[in-house]
Design a protein around this ligand. Sequence first.
Ligand SMILES: [Zn+2]
Length: 161
Amino acid sequence: MDNTSSSSEKSDECIFCLIVEGRRDAAVVYEDDAMMVFMDKYPISNGHTLVIPKRHHTTILDMESKDVCMLFALAHRVAKAVVDALNAQGFSIAQNNGKVAHQVVPHVHVHIVPRYIDEDRGRWPSRRTATMEELRSVAERIREHLLKDRADTMDVELITD
Ligand SMILES: [Zn+2]
């Protein structure tokens, strides 16, 4: 990593910045001015979704706390939509900061991983590569549930005020 660049500066190397700019394909569930939600290309389980701030930050410590609140408020909304859309029996939320914490893409992201009883092997199932067609179809189902849930949208707006 280039030590001279700020941790909040966008980078041409950053795959999530490229997705935000529409220069790299992703199965997008939702986006607004500040946030974006899309499917993980290498899902741990069916419906593995990522929530990111559009602005490049390496870790959540580089973000304002109110922006972290917004990020997690949206993650909460998305988790509900993922569970409802896919009839998951539970879900895990992971947010890794730094290489030692297994953060692969150095742009803040929250993983929402739905969990299913029939897939549970007591730990993380292994990742696989999904097709874009498959991801887009799951993204569409999650989006329908997300947009249905207007009450939770209000929560996010209250926090941003
Ligand atoms: Zn980035």
